[in-house]
Design a protein around this ligand. Structure first.
Ligand SMILES: Cc1ncc(COP(=O)(O)O)c(C=O)c1O
Length: 357
């Protein structure tokens, strides 16, 4: 069996450090917003090349709290890609604002050329997603946001460590929103998330927003929620952050291996984009007879998935009308092959052999 992700292999490799980190937290007896979170926030901000990081309960909350911090809510519109995880648009809905969906480009990312037509006086922000670990063209998006005087919130959930033009994601927009869901490139062993920013004012506001709106943890002068990264997860993340670059490189090596070994011309592998440092959270290929191919792979013990089976405008909760020709075309053809840093060369070779046949 070749699994889509493999946590056992990861844990075996770093067991000593993980066990020590958890045991340190348990012995200390301080579980929420203590030294581990503070330490991880500092390290993660430094890693992303930004001034501040704020740990929160999930990637969804990171997006939601960013919108709250910017005062975006009822009656406002936020532009999001139509092909992304439910969470991106759901966070907009949580804020009271409406998501406005944008078609994909050839790399499955939000098509920046189609954004201007979606902007009106209700538009308050663009929320590009560095989907599958591939950074969006942040210069283009930043220029767009600036020209229209709207905010830019990066959904970095799938792209810890990815870069656009030599600069890490999370530092380009007003906020960078990360998820530490276990399967992510930097994953906790439970839920978690973080928001990055270079603004001291927003940093302070976010610290309050994640704690009932209370700056000093006592007095609340604004609406806020309970959204905290916990000490155990922060301790685990501090261990795993040390390995992130190495593991992202392994993902890139595996992508190269797929490229070398898959010779079936009916299968379109993800394009390598020289301007960015793709971190291959997912390895998404395209093929016309997708369902038959996935069934064949399954028969051979190879797990595959579809990201995403339902485009967001088709989700009943959004009940949205619009035309998304690129995303619609991709959505019938995409499938995600196994991709994680512990995938073995012989496993990729076996997958390639079946794809080629
Ligand atoms: C693109 C994207 N945005 C946001 C999220 C939400 O993250 P979380 O599951 O930590 O709330 C996810 C992960 O599921 C995601 O893939």
């Amino acid at each position: 069996m070749i699994h889509f992700v493999n946590f056992n292999r990861e844990y075996r490799l770093i067991k000593k450090e993980i066990d020590a980190a958890i045991s340190r937290v348990l012995r200390r007896g301080f579980f929420i917003l203590g030294p581990e979170v503070e330490n991880f926030e500092k390290k993660f901000a430094k890693y992303c090349g930004v001034r501040y990081a704020v740990g929160v309960a999930s990637g969804t909350d990171a997006l939601y709290l960013s919108l709250l911090a910017l005062g975006i809510g009822r009656g406002d519109e936020v532009i999001v890609p139509v092909n992304t995880a439910l969470a991106t648009a759901m966070a907009v809905k949580m804020s009271g604002a409406n998501p406005v969906f944008c078609d994909s480009d050839e790399n499955f990312l939000i098509d920046a050329n189609k954004i201007p037509a979606l902007i009106n006086k209700r538009t308050k922000a663009i929320m590009p997603v560095h989907l599958y670990g591939c950074a969006c063209d942040m210069e283009k998006l930043k220029a767009l946001a600036k020209a229209h005087k709207i905010f830019l919130i990066e959904d970095c959930a799938q792209a810890s460590g990815a870069e656009w033009n030599g600069r890490k994601v999370g530092g380009w927009g007003d906020f960078g929103c990360f998820s530490f869901y276990p399967t992510k490139n930097l994953g906790a062993y439970g839920d978690g998330g973080a928001i990055t920013t270079n603004s001291e004012d927003y940093y302070k506001k976010l610290l309050a927003l994640r704690f009932y709106g209370a700056h000093d943890r006592v007095t609340s002068a604004m609406f806020g929620i309970n959204s905290r990264l916990d000490e155990k997860q922060a301790a685990i993340l501090s261990v795993k952050l040390k390995y992130l670059d190495k593991w992202n490189q392994k993902r890139r090596d595996i992508a190269k291996l797929y490229e070398k070994l898959v010779s079936n011309k009916n299968i379109i592998l993800p394009a390598i984009n020289n301007e960015n440092e793709h971190v291959y959270h997912l390895f998404v290929a395209r093929v016309q007879n997708r369902d038959a191919l996935m069934a064949d792979l399954k028969k051979n013990g190879i797990q595959t998935m579809i990201h995403y089976p339902l485009l967001l405008h088709r989700q009943p909760v959004f009940n949205y009308k619009g035309k998304f020709p690129n995303a619609e075309k991709h959505s019938k053809e995409i499938f995600s092959l196994p991709m994680h840093p512990f995938l073995k060369t012989r496993e990729v070779a076996r997958i390639a052999k079946i794809l080629n046949a």
